[in-house]
Write a protein that binds this ligand. Structure first.
Ligand SMILES: NC(=O)c1ccc[n+]([C@@H]2O[C@H](COP(=O)([O-])OP(=O)(O)OC[C@H]3O[C@@H](n4cnc5c(N)ncnc54)[C@H](OP(=O)(O)O)[C@@H]3O)[C@@H](O)[C@H]2O)c1
Length: 258
């Protein structure tokens, strides 16, 4: 299938490693120009070089998306450098495991800022640019733990991911008349070198083998490339009827019927 992404421009927040890196490289392979940001300059620069090596235009900026003005400036600068924006992938995210009764305002504020408010700000800054394109797309990387309970210690993470899924649905309704599609994605446990699952597998191989047996029906973790393939499809005009959806990419890991 030709995804018809050639010549489009995509922004990927947190595009320097893990899922964001895989998504950026997959979109570049399909012909997109890329705008990427993350806090660390070195890894970001390496991804930018890979994209450039594929012959695609790229703009990269080291910044913290929780700094409101920085996020807006990234969007404007990327649009200027790349000649507009067709696709936004809101990928940045973090976690803080803490029992609800022990959690502080600061815990909540920091994770709400990185997992939710930053996505709101970047998306709001991107919408005027998408309005100038025939078929704009916004995607939010949520989690299966936004659709169902992740378990004790995950109240902050679960809340922020559920909020993203709600936000995507309402944005989809508001922006549909303008031909802009908005969807969220719910990954299950995805392992990549240097990621949190990779670290846990190396630290506790027996425990993780038991985790896989009990939780992952395919008998393995997902890969960042498998996730990026689905993201590329959802970002493409071939997914023109898909808006307001939340798609699991989890190898059957989640239990929710909806
Ligand atoms: N991996 C999984 O199994 C899994 C499962 C479900 C959902 N998810 C979601 O998928 C997304 C990506 O996960 P991942 O595992 O790839 O995470 P990751 O390895 O921690 O990568 C996060 C990316 O975001 C950047 N970043 C983090 N905080 C930032 C900030 N304040 N400002 C700018 N950039 C920032 C990081 O670079 P810097 O550190 O240099 O800033 C990095 O590029 C997250 O939203 C996560 O919740 C992942």
């Amino acid at each position: 299938m030709n995804l018809e992404l050639e010549g489009k421009v995509a922004l990927v927040t947190g595009g320097s490693r893990g899922l964001g890196r895989a998504i950026a490289l997959r979109l570049a392979e399909e012909g997109c120009g890329l705008g990427i940001c993350a806090r660390g300059e070195e890894a970001l620069h390496e991804v930018a070089e890979e994209v450039r090596g594929m012959g695609r235009p790229v703009y990269h900026q080291a910044l913290d998306v929780t700094e409101a003005q920085g996020a807006g400036a990234f969007v404007e600068q990327a649009a200027q450098e790349l000649g507009g924006i067709d696709i936004l992938v809101n990928n940045v995210g973090g976690n803080r495991r803490v029992a609800f009764a022990e959690s502080s305002d600061r815990d909540w504020q920091e994770i709400l800022e990185v997992n939710f408010h930053s996505h709101v700000r970047v998306s709001r800054a991107v919408v005027p640019h998408l309005r100038q394109r025939p078929a704009g797309v916004i995607l939010f990387i949520a989690s299966i733990f936004g659709r169902e309970a992740g378990g004790p210690g995950l109240s902050i993470y679960n809340t922020t991911k559920s909020a993203l899924i709600s936000l995507a649905k309402i944005m989809a309704l508001e922006l549909a008349p303008e031909g802009i599609r908005v969807n969220s994605i719910a990954p299950g446990s995805i392992r990549f070198p240097g990621g949190s699952w990779d670290r846990r597998c190396r630290e506790d191989p027996e425990g993780m083998a038991e985790f896989i047996r009990a939780n992952l029906p395919l008998g393995r973790f997902g890969t960042a490339e498998e996730l990026a393939d689905v993201v590329a499809f959802l970002a493409s005009p071939r997914a023109s009827l898909v808006t307001g959806a939340c798609l699991n990419i989890d190898g059957g890991q989640s239990h929710s019927l909806i």
